[in-house]
Design a protein around this ligand. Structure first.
Ligand SMILES: *Cc1c(COP(=O)(O)O)cnc(C)c1O
Length: 505
């Protein structure tokens, strides 16, 4: 090499003195321990100092504090950092572990999964290929196999961990679309793009299904118009007679039914569509049968209530959300298919990553089945959970939650201040304060007021939703620590705000 260039490199090297004490590696074990310990202390303080689900802070108040933060300022110490994060975040974080948090589908998390999370991000395997994960890939595969067996799928099934139910639903609709097109139109969408018939493809869901199905249809180029919403019956389950009518009607109109999505545990009501009837209709009309069990996968864990999702084993594909009902930290979800060959519809080979000859050598590259490339080792959390708590242990959490929901139904039904819309197969109850015998007040306004008061005070958090244009409050009970006493106390708070509204207005 030219001596001038060599000298130049040597002098540049001298001027580079990066501080490497923050890199995760063997020479910095002490630093790692120290920082982890401080993180742990900060989380313990969060547990000790949190006495209600939410501080009640408004975006405006909190935003003010962000104005003074300069991300280009000189680095600060861990102690200063934890103080800052406490002010900006921890102090106001919504506490899913609090028994009076009964709002959205967020579960409290189990300790073995939290511990695994620390390992996952430290070792940082990426599960796209064998050569970036090794044993991680096999652990994920073993958990997928376990989930498939719990569903009732046989050896030919397969699956993949995903970032969430929305991604799993997208994959379900993607496979449904591409499978239909190859099988019935002899058209390969992966290679050739959408066929001319695509705008006539139809997907059937209940009106209580999750919005991610519609979102999937639009992302897949079918448009939201492809999604036909079937009315639910009085218990908010898809009416399968109306489903068959709708399928026939679409065919008569020249459209092409490709898939039906049954929801096993709707987000609002926790009710399960009639899976066996729907599966029969799917078979009769050659429809892909997807079961969205993001919430209802909880029932896989409990012998007592497992029968409620009978028929799930008939699905072509299933969505499960471990981060909703298996007490796992976000993110942890799964997408399962009855026939592993379906995944070929989405496999792309990249020479640098997962060359085709790896398949022949039986090198397992999970990227072949995923729409992500770099992918977290979320599976380790579920592994820790099953090994430490076990299926039965987790199942007892769910049984308890279902029992509390049933007690809550009783409390709501026996109190004339409330109107309850559903009884849930799992643990979501939709109701409203309705103690206005003369109907002089707008119940939408009263209940909206109650919801915002709850959020402002933060003593208890419920969700809200609309049914037939009317505003309702919603309990999603997903914490085995929540007791009927907690529920009664929340109902009393709701009554207090409701009565207040009536007095003032
Ligand atoms: C929450 C939910 C989803 C979406 O799951 P994410 O993990 O939030 O993406 C899909 N379907 C149902 C029924 C759900 O309740």
């Amino acid at each position: 090499m030219n001596t001038v260039i060599t000298e130049q490199i040597a002098s540049e090297k001298d001027s580079l003195f990066p501080n490497l004490e923050n890199l995760f590696c063997d020479i910095n074990i002490h630093e790692y321990q120290n920082a982890m310990h401080k993180a742990q202390q900060s989380v313990i303080a969060f547990l000790e100092e949190t006495h209600q689900p939410f501080s009640g802070v408004s975006p405006k108040e909190l935003r003010k504090q962000f104005e003074y933060i300069d991300l280009n300022a000189p680095p600060i110490s861990y102690d200063e950092l934890f103080d800052e994060v406490n002010d900006l975040y921890t102090q106001h974080a919504v506490a899913f572990h609090h028994p009076k948090y009964v709002a959205h589908l967020n579960c409290p998390v189990v300790i073995p999964a939290v511990v695994a999370e620390a390992m996952i991000s430290s070792i940082n395997s990426s599960l796209d290929t064998w050569d970036q994960s090794a044993g991680g890939t096999l652990m994920e595969q073993k958990l997928i196999e376990w989930t498939c067996r719990e569903i009732g799928f046989d050896q030919s099934s397969d699956g993949i961990f995903t970032s969430g139910g929305s991604q799993s639903n997208l994959m379900g609709m993607l496979l449904a679309r591409d499978h239909f097109s190859i099988k019935f139109l002899n058209h390969n969408i992966k290679k050739d793009g959408l066929p001319k018939e695509a705008h006539r493809f139809r997907i059937f869901v209940s009106e209580a299904a999750h919005f991610s199905i519609q979102k999937s249809a639009s992302m897949l180029g079918l448009g939201e118009q492809a999604v036909i919403k079937i009315k639910t019956d009085r218990s908010f389950r898809m009416n399968s007679v109306l489903l068959e009518d709708a399928v026939r009607k679409e065919i008569e109109a020249g459209n092409i039914p490709i898939a039906v999505v049954a929801t096993a545990g709707t987000t609002d009501f926790g009710n399960i569509d009639p899976l066996i009837n729907i599966s029969g209709i799917a078979k009769k009309y050659n429809l892909w049968f997807h079961v969205d069990a993001a919430y209802g996968c909880a029932l896989l864990l409990t012998e007592k209530h497992r029968h409620l999702i009978n028929g799930i084993e008939e699905a072509d594909s299933v969505t499960v959300d471990y981060h909703k009902a298996f007490f796992q930290p976000v993110s942890s979800s799964g997408f399962l298919v009855k026939d592993k060959n379906y995944f070929r519809l989405i496999t792309h080979y990249a020479d640098y990553l997962n060359p085709k000859d790896h398949d022949e050598d039986e090198i397992p590259n999970q990227v072949n089945k995923s729409i992500q490339t770099t992918r977290r080792f979320d599976a380790l959390k579920l592994w820790f959970t099953l090994r430490i708590i076990g299926k039965k242990g987790l199942g007892s959490y769910i049984d308890r939650i279902i029992m509390t929901a049933r007690e809550a139904v009783e409390a709501l039904e026996n109190d004339p201040h409330f109107e309850l819309l559903n009884s849930s197969d799992i643990s979501a109850l939709v109701f409203r304060y309705s103690a206005d015998p003369f109907k002089t007040f707008d119940l939408n306004r009263i209940n909206t007021f109650i919801k915002s008061q709850l959020y402002k005070q933060g003593h208890a958090l419920t969700a809200g939703t609309k049914v037939n244009g009317q505003f309702y409050l919603k309990f999603t009970i997903l914490n085995p620590l929540t007791t009927i006493e907690d529920i009664t106390s929340i109902l009393n708070t709701i009554k207090k705000y409701g009565n207040e509204y009536i007095k003032v207005n």
